[in-house]
Design a protein around this ligand. Structure first.
Ligand code: NAD
Ligand code: TYD
Length: 355
């Protein structure tokens, strides 16, 4: 088992990063320090970890900083004697990448290169650089088959192209400089603390408030839904056990067309939240809107390498995970109000009149 003492987590104020920090402190027995470096874009909210910061004291450090800032990175790696990195920080939303690709290049590609350079400067004091990527780098599947570790890259959106470029740089730093890297490519995550621009939290909140539920095209595109805590356990497994230079695919084995996801969310919100005026069923709020350009038809992951090598398994299926997630959003209105204020709201109003 590989161990670390000063783990730098980038993007730890975002959705998966904050769940990961919560998971590592709460469920792995890790006794070192985590340094959470986050620029706090619209998607970052440090308050997501207030309870963890209180519980672990000095073992959690938050640094407000940007991976595009090379001087800051050099300082952070030295100051905190960083010996491992788990790199989540990214611009993560496909729709935003279609409207404004520049930030995706700057953060996802240039920022990742900066981080690789800073990690490399630590020499043999660096034990591991773990890079978080997506199944979207593989492109789109037809009705059959699965993505696996050997699937060729074929990204379609500016987001997935930027993530593909970052993956290539991570592997290049291993092959060229011997940087000890591992990579994971995962399917669509959902769960607590996900910013409400992504499908599941957006639908929960709109359904709750009786607003239209915008489904792109016919809603027949398929995603493989992965509960975020299962993703975190898989990342930790790879970070602590996988061979340097290796890649693993992580999936939920829960393929669903978008329209089915939205219908299930509607049914859950109808069951768990106060009714809409006149008892209107939430499903009637579904509104088909023009499709996303370049919309990938189907993603699905074969994660048998991860299962066979380490005995990892998903513990939460879509039925249980969707219900846990709806309940979480119903119980966390203060968090929702915070993340929906300011820049997020104005961006949505500028770009998505139909919401
Ligand atoms: P998110 O958008 O919720 O969070 C991203 C975090 O990164 C935010 O806290 C933001 O403030 C921070 N950040 C952005 N730019 C930064 C910069 N220049 N410097 C420092 N911090 C910066 O994203 P997420 O959904 O938690 O995704 C995390 C990672 O997982 C990303 O790399 C994403 O590509 C990958 N991923 C996500 C999913 C998913 O379903 N959400 C699926 C596969 C892979
Ligand atoms: P999203 O959560 O943006 O994740 P990704 O694009 O990375 O897969 O979208 C998931 C699916 O839901 C995708 O096929 C697009 C679709 N979608 C809608 O139909 N309506 C929406 O409002 C959003 C945000 C997504």
């Amino acid at each position: 088992m590989r161990s670390f003492h000063n783990l730098l987590v980038t993007g730890g104020a975002g959705f998966i990063g904050s769940n990961f920090i919560r998971y590592v402190f709460g469920q792995t027995g890790y006794d070192g320090r985590i340094i959470n470096l986050d620029a706090l874009t619209y998607a970052g909210n440090p308050a997501s970890l207030d309870d963890i910061a209180q519980a672990v004291g000095g073992r959690y450090v938050f640094v407000h900083g940007d991976i595009r800032d090379t001087a800051l990175l050099a300082d952070v790696f030295e100051r905190y004697a960083v010996d491992a990195v788990c790199h989540f920080a990214a611009e993560s939303h496909v729709d935003r990448s279609i409207l404004a690709p520049d930030d995706f290049v700057q953060t996802n590609v240039v920022g990742t290169c900066n981080l690789l350079q800073a990690a490399r400067a630590r020499g043999d004091k660096l034990t591991l650089f773990h890079h978080i990527s997506t199944d979207e780098v593989f492109g789109s599947l037809g009705p059959d088959g699965f993505f696996s570790e050997t699937t060729p890259y074929c990204p379609h959106s500016p987001y997935s192209a930027s993530k593909a470029a970052s993956d290539h740089f991570v592997r290049a730093f291993h092959d060229t400089y011997g940087l000890p890297v591992t990579l994971t490519n995962c399917s669509n995550n959902y769960g607590p603390y996900q910013f409400p621009e992504k499908l599941i939290p957006l639908m929960i909140l709109n359904a709750l408030e009786g607003k239209p539920l915008p489904v792109y095209g016919q809603g027949l595109n398929v995603r493989d839904w992965l509960y975020v805590e299962d993703h975190c356990s898989a990342i930790w497994t790879v970070m602590t056990q996988a061979a340097v230079g290796s890649t693993y695919c992580i999936g939920g084995r829960s393929e669903l067309p978008n329209i089915e996801v939205v219908r299930r969310i509607c049914a859950l919100v109808d069951r768990l939240a106060p009714p809409l005026p006149g008892g209107q069923a939430r499903e009637t709020l579904i509104t088909h809107v023009p499709d996303r350009p370049g919309h990938d038809a189907r993603y699905a992951i074969d994660c048998s390498r991860l299962e066979q090598d380490f005995g990892w398994k998903q513990t939460v299926d879509a039925a249980a995970g969707f219900e846990k997630t709806v309940r979480w959003y119903l119980e966390h209105s203060a968090w929702i109000e915070t993340v929906r204020s300011g820049e997020y709201r104005s961006w949505l109003e500028r770009n998505y009149a139909h919401r």
